[in-house]
Design a protein around this ligand. Structure first.
Ligand code: GLC
Length: 664
């Protein structure tokens, strides 16, 4: 049962697609206070678990910390952080009572989940203008499924997007992209996508190509496609201020950019220098910005990633002005007015400053709305601009699209990647923990920068991370400018990398099938163990293993120098390892705790009792997978419902897409 409450004058975020009647009175759980903004409070029992919050820090069980929905471009994903790039305000409490909360509020919102008081959940925000959805259900899984039903179907990418992708900030010329593509092809390491980071553009201008490096871009797109490799360009939120640049000129002429209080276009510095932000909240401006994706789809591009859309601000002219003034005073010896630490403080707070977010406006429904009141909707609506445009450009076709910032609702238009992580072992585990939480909030097409974005990776770290990435729908190696080269062929023993990535392609029919079944029935691709084994107390505590689809459990290695790991089996399972010589090791293990050995070049998974999964021969691209080589792996006489389609179009309901296979 879902209750929907309205407080004050909420902004219509369109996160929820179902038309639910408003409930009278007060929620069936917790107590509401409207004296200072909005506050929901509810007691937690000792063993209650908190699930959800999507892209948030810390555990699968969110209890014991404080999380703030306030989309932020912060590349330091350390444990103390309360806000990352997204705002996913869906939480499920499971235990003595089960209930879900979705707080549809697009500004800053705090979830204190047993942080101030270990036995208290407090959800609060500054203004009582919101919709609150309270979901009752028999289990956390049931609550999640009810929630997923009301927010609409998750985004479905084309099948090639389930292949492996290589990315690096710093690729500039055709030869840089060719080098990456050829490095993979020459080493026979499978590859389907090469990502184009900001340097493909002319002066970081959206929807342009560097004139010197890409005079004949459509031919280059074709050249790569002939190798079964798609180029996937980045699009940033800020539009460069430059006379004669059509996106800038049209945006200004039509009033499509976010504006300051006085009606002038708001200015913020990002990669191109000073930019304006397209007002993607305004449907007309959103349509205009979205139509620009056509400039690249017309040249053969089939996928994009949207970035810097929190939106990220390096600084504003106002911020710089204030700093300059302070520095002048300091230089003039007025240190009583300007203590040295204060300059440092102002410098550190130039970027993403709340004052800047409170100084510009959107147009929505004929109304002017201050950005900070709907801050968390920017990435959502930038990606929606693209998603809506794809429907106009080629309604029958699927495009690859994922974003950095997001809000629930955006899951209908694209996936997300988890932003600027680091080449740290702890970030493999953080990657794993985020996956089921993201799925609960509708984001199925997700993944992290494998190998780590910031800092220098190591061979073993990358191999272990890839062995998790084998299972994440988005499987992409991406690294920052200035870090150690991280393409798989750059390391000693490329055959180990080939093997791990080949396993992705061997499992692709299964992973794709499970993704599609999850998307088409508003279900989860990744689940915490407790969702499948509700009565099992031990399963409820597992934070480093996941259920994937209905057949398997994954338990990657995420510690340095480990040669295996402990794993908990809630039931008897078949332990499977894809061995470097192409064979498959299997052993049935009884329920309970086990130590399993896993070498750096082996990919482990566990098949649930009585189940089987399809496996094919390895291929170097999704296109080249031969379904004729399909075999079933797992328990004898088990059945598997395979979902298969052309991976390009949207003929999802065709009965021919589903085949029941038996492992005889
Ligand atoms: C941001 C993105 C990162 C990208 C970089 C340059 O930091 O998160 O993925 O490489 O910008 O565009």
């Amino acid at each position: 049962m879902i209750q929907k409450f309205k407080y004050g004058h909420p902004f219509e975020t369109e996160a929820v697609t179902a038309d639910l009647p408003l409930s009278e009175g007060t929620p069936s759980v917790g107590e509401i206070s409207l004296t200072e903004g909005f506050r929901f409070r509810c007691r937690l029992e000792k063993n209650d678990i908190a699930y959800g919050l999507g892209e948030a820090n810390r555990g699968i069980n969110k209890r014991g910390y404080c999380y703030i929905s306030d989309a932020a471009d912060d590349p330091e994903h350390t444990e103390d952080k309360r806000s990352l790039y997204a705002a996913h305000n869906f939480l499920v409490i499971a235990g003595s009572k089960n209930f879900g909360l979705f707080v549809d509020y697009p500004a800053k919102l705090t979830f204190d989940i047993g942080y101030t008081r270990s036995d208290m959940l407090t959800v609060s925000c500054g203004e009582a203008d919101l919709y609150l959805y309270v979901i009752d259900g028999e289990s956390p899984y049931d609550i999640v499924r009810q929630f997923r039903k009301i927010i609409g179907r998750s985004y479905i990418p084309p099948k090639f997007a389930f292949g492996f992708g290589q990315s690096r900030w710093g690729y500039k010329t055709k030869d840089d992209f060719r080098k990456a593509a050829d490095g993979y092809r020459e080493n026979h390491i499978p590859l389907d996508m090469v990502y184009m980071d900001i340097d493909y553009m002319q002066d970081y201008k959206d929807f342009t190509l560097n004139e010197e490096n890409f005079p004949d871009f459509p031919d280059f797109v074709k050249e790569m496609k002939a190798k079964d490799i798609r180029l996937v360009p980045i699009i940033d939120a800020g539009v460069k201020i430059e006379k004669g640049y059509p996106v800038y000129e049209e945006g200004v002429a039509n009033g499509y950019f976010c504006k300051r209080e006085d009606g002038s276009d708001f200015v913020a510095a990002v990669w191109p220098g000073y930019t304006h932000f397209p007002d993607v909240i305004n449907p007309e401006a959103r349509r205009w910005f979205g139509d620009y994706y056509r400039t690249l789809t017309e040249q053969g591009i089939e996928g994009f990633w949207n970035d810097m859309n929190e939106p990220s601000i390096f600084y504003t002219p106002e911020g710089l002005e204030k700093l300059t003034e302070l520095m002048r005073k300091f230089v003039d010896g007025k240190t009583d007015e300007v203590p040295p630490f204060y300059i440092k403080y102002v410098i550190m707070n130039l970027a993403n400053n709340p004052k800047d977010y409170a100084s510009f406006y959107h147009q929505a429904g004929g109304q002017k709305i201050r950005h900070d009141k709907i801050h968390n909707l920017f990435g959502y609506n930038m990606t929606r601009a693209a998603g809506e445009a794809f429907e106009r450009i080629a309604p029958e076709k699927r495009f690859l699209m994922f974003s950095r910032s997001s809000y629930i609702g955006m899951h209908r238009y694209g996936g997300i990647w988890t932003g600027d992580n680091k080449s740290w072992w702890s970030h493999i585990l953080l990657n794993l923990k985020m996956m089921p939480s993201l799925n609960m909030c509708g984001f199925l097409y997700t993944g992290a920068d494998l190998g780590g974005f910031g800092a220098d990776t190591t061979r073993d770290l990358l191999l272990r991370w890839l062995a998790l990435g084998v299972f994440t729908p988005l499987m992409r190696n991406h690294a920052a400018l200035g870090t150690r080269e991280q393409e798989c062929y750059q390391f000693e023993g490329p055959k180990d990398f080939r093997h791990i990535i080949e396993v992705r392609y061997r499992l692709l029919p299964y992973l794709y099938s499970e993704y599609m079944k999850a998307a088409l029935s508003d279900d989860l691709y990744f689940k915490p163990l407790a969702f499948e084994y509700p009565g099992d107390d031990m399963a409820a505590q597992v934070e480093d293993q996941l259920m994937l689809g209905s057949e398997i459990m994954i338990a990657p290695v995420y510690t340095q120098n480990a040669r295996g790991r402990y794993v908990y089996l809630p039931e008897e399972m078949m332990f499977v390892k894809f061995m470097p010589d192409g064979t498959v090791y299997r052993k049935e293990l009884p329920a309970g705790h086990h130590y399993v050995e896993i070498e750096l070049n082996e990919v482990p998974l566990f098949i649930r009792s009585g189940k089987c999964i399809p496996v094919v021969d390895a291929a170097e691209s999704v296109e080249r997978i031969d379904m004729g080589t399909l075999q079933l792996l797992g328990y004898k006489d088990a059945e598997y419902l395979l979902y298969e389609d052309d991976g390009v179009h949207k003929d999802y309901e065709n009965p021919a897409n589903r085949k029941l296979l038996t492992n005889s």
